[in-house]
Design a protein around this ligand. Sequence first.
Ligand SMILES: *Cc1c(COP(=O)(O)O)cnc(C)c1O
Length: 416
Amino acid sequence: MAAQLSVNCNKFNKKARNGEDQPSDHYDDFAVVEANDEECAVERVDRLTKTVTQFQKHLRERVSYYLGYPANHNCEHYLALSTLLQFNINNVGDPFKESDHGLHSKKFEVGVLDWFARLWGIDKDEYWGYVTNGGTEGNLHGILLGRELLPNGILYTSKESHYSLFKIARMYRMDCETIASLANGEMDCDDLRDKLLINQDRPAIINITIGTTFKGAMDDLDLVVKTLKYCGFSDNQFYIHCDAAIFGFVVPFLKQVPKLTFKKPIGSVSISGHKFLGCPMPCGVLITRKRYIDMLSTSIEYIATVDTTISGSRNGHSPIFLWYVLNIKGISSMLNEMSITVVFERPPDREFIHQWQLQCLGNMAHVVIMPHVTVEMLDRFLCDLVRKRNIWHGIRQPRCVAEDIGICNCVCSVHA
Ligand SMILES: *Cc1c(COP(=O)(O)O)cnc(C)c1O
């Protein structure tokens, strides 16, 4: 009866949307149609497969024109993880606390968090963090920590910061000072100074953006710290949250911008996992100082873990995707200042070495950028290397080459 009803409804909707006798449009392909006598199981599966295949075609076409949004669509390598989709994995609760819920991927999650902690210069026993549902959740968590540490604090954020910051100010009912920005999109620290000086009697919770959503500008962390000191704010009167959603992965490769590190007086960093890293589902990472998190922890008996996160149930797949992509992305390499020789890890494949005529020495290989070498040729080489590396590392981790090319250039699991 219910099935019959839904069929009728569907027919009705078709008419209503298309006018009288037009053939079905794209709306109908996505209607949920319950089982009915007119369609056998095989036809049904065929119909669903056809819709999904068509949708895949549509996505492929849209990806080839994808220019204005900050998300990476090189996602093919994630197909290697598709068999995990048959499991419903949930990382509910604190990533560092075992819970009775066995279907979780917290070991992967902690591996990913350790990696980010290293990237942002904070020791393993000093940091806390978790894999979030995206950049907004990381901002929610970071600003909440600031607010709990400095309950009377004012939130300062530039007018070009992400819309989530203004939403967070409303959600937490925080006083918020919007700081002007320079023409390039970066926070105007003169305006920050003026506003801090007016509010010297209240603590400052500052959001700085590493890669603004529209202009891709970076707030100057060092100048913000200098401005706070100039205005007489001591270390326990301010909290800095860094929204590094987009550029968190760009900054480590730039010498010209202030380094993002917990060696500086920052409280938390948030990054998106689906933007630069191209994780196929929204996710992100939040890292903070361990000592801050104790004030937020509440023990929840029936999940037998500690409630330290914004979300309750958390995606157990995304930490595995992040772990996977971080493992296959890095290539150990070095380039001497002023040199034309790029040294990198020796490919574990005779045929590849022969094809690209690489010179090898011990654990190292190199390419020499002579005048006949074109960008096109290097692109082809790199594509081939990255593709084959995915296959090689399906079986083993990249070799440690720290002794050959220096710890800072090695991406093995110990040094990355
Ligand atoms: C995209 C973005 C966010 C929010 O990230 P979501 O993953 O969409 O929640 C936060 N800050 C900046 C600067 C962003 O560009």
